[in-house]
Design a protein around this ligand. Structure first.
Ligand code: MN
Length: 373
């Protein structure tokens, strides 16, 4: 039985304001820009997807402004005409005809899955193999703000009882003052909260070997990607040197990266993301490699809106290897909700929706208002 074919693919850029500026190692954003992908089938069904990067091309070379033309001109024609369930075939042709552009491919793959799920009357998590957990814990990401600002925001979150785990961004200042800043935060919060830091590849190995033990002594529970993506050997040496776990993020994009990282023990934990890996398919392969190597996975984020966050929740809750929680806090950082009914965050956990496809409905008035013209 055919569930219909892909009739058209359209895209638009949406700019969503944030509740507060979010600071990464190299830039600060006050809004998040995303590419909204709409796939329409011959049966009149619409599937939606989101293309998003952490605030611009600094992380992986892509941005909302690069994704839109790549999807419009190259990826959309590949998908058009295929049966809505032909995802692996569309995927293979996309990889054959378009190198890299993983964030753009992820956006389209999410929309294809949504259209397939709605056509089949099944939630995405059922198409992805079924739930292995009904919800996933969410770590709150605090950005690279001043120590006092971070302590105030984390304390307020702790008071609500919603979050007890926080991720701090580093790498935006010189290592010495950056480490002093984190030590001050740790002195105020360790014992009440679990703290982790993300260097976003900002340090060289010498700097990391010198400063990471200080963060460990301060009670930091985990360090994410201290070294540049290419420095696999250096990351493996840090894993040996440190007692606190080292999480690989920028070094891990493809299933081939996953195999290499697992073989060299570069990363005690893998951060998986649908965005950086080009969709569900490759992320599933990465999680399978991690599973085979006994490496726990953490459900990462590129600060997705509720669209990409719902997609991630479906996948992370259906992957047995994702045992290390998530940082799916994107919708909570946004000042506008794009859905008619918000995603279900309860007790510090995100529960995937249960309707067909992504299981979400866009607030079209809001989408119109936030669409870039
Ligand atoms: Mn990261």
């Amino acid at each position: 039985m055919s569930t219909g074919r892909i009739a058209s693919v359209s895209t638009s850029i949406i700019d969503v304001p944030l509740r507060r500026p979010h600071k990464f190692s190299v830039l600060e954003i006050g809004h998040q820009s995303l590419v909204l992908v709409r796939v329409r089938t011959t049966e009149g069904i619409e599937g939606i997807g989101e293309g998003v990067t952490p605030g611009g091309p600094w992380w992986g070379g892509e941005s909302a402004e690069t994704m839109k033309p790549v999807i419009d001109r190259y990826l959309a024609p590949i998908a058009t005409g295929h049966d809505v369930a032909d995802i692996q075939q569309v995927r293979a042709i996309m990889d054959e005809q378009v190198s890299e552009n993983r964030f753009a491919k992820a956006a389209l793959e999410i929309a294809l899955y949504d259209a397939w799920g709605i056509s089949a009357g099944l939630p995405l998590h059922a198409l992805l193999g079924g739930l292995v957990r009904t919800a996933i814990p969410v770590t709150w990401a605090l950005g690279a703000a001043d120590a006092d600002e971070i302590i105030a925001e984390a304390s307020a979150k702790l008071d609500t009882g919603q979050h007890a785990s926080f991720k701090l961004k580093m790498g935006s200042q010189d290592p010495d003052s950056d480490v002093r800043r984190i030590e001050k935060v740790a002195a105020a919060l360790v014992g009440r909260a679990s703290l982790r830091v993300d260097l976003n590849a900002a340090w060289d190995e010498l700097t990391a070997a010198r400063y990471l033990p200080r963060l460990q002594d301060a009670g930091i529970a985990l360090v994410e990607q201290p070294l540049p993506a290419w420095n696999i050997d250096g990351m493996a040496r840090l894993c040996q040197q440190l007692e606190m776990p080292v999480m690989a993020d920028e070094s891990l994009r493809s299933e081939h990266d996953a195999l290499r990282l697992a073989m060299t023990r570069c990363g005690d934990i893998f951060s998986v993301k649908i965005t950086k890996s080009g969709g569900f398919t490759v992320t599933q392969r990465i999680a399978a490699v991690a599973h085979a190597a006994g490496i726990p996975c953490h459900g990462g984020t590129a600060i997705e809106s509720p669209i990409g966050t719902a997609a991630a929740a479906h996948l992370y809750c259906s992957l047995p290897a994702v045992t290390y929680g998530s940082e799916l806090f994107g919708p909570l950082l946004m000042a506008e909700d794009l859905l008619t009914e918000p995603l279900a965050y309860r007790d510090g956990q995100l529960h995937p929706p249960h309707g067909p496809g992504l299981g979400i409905t866009l607030d079209e008035d809001k989408i119109r208002r936030l669409t870039r013209t």
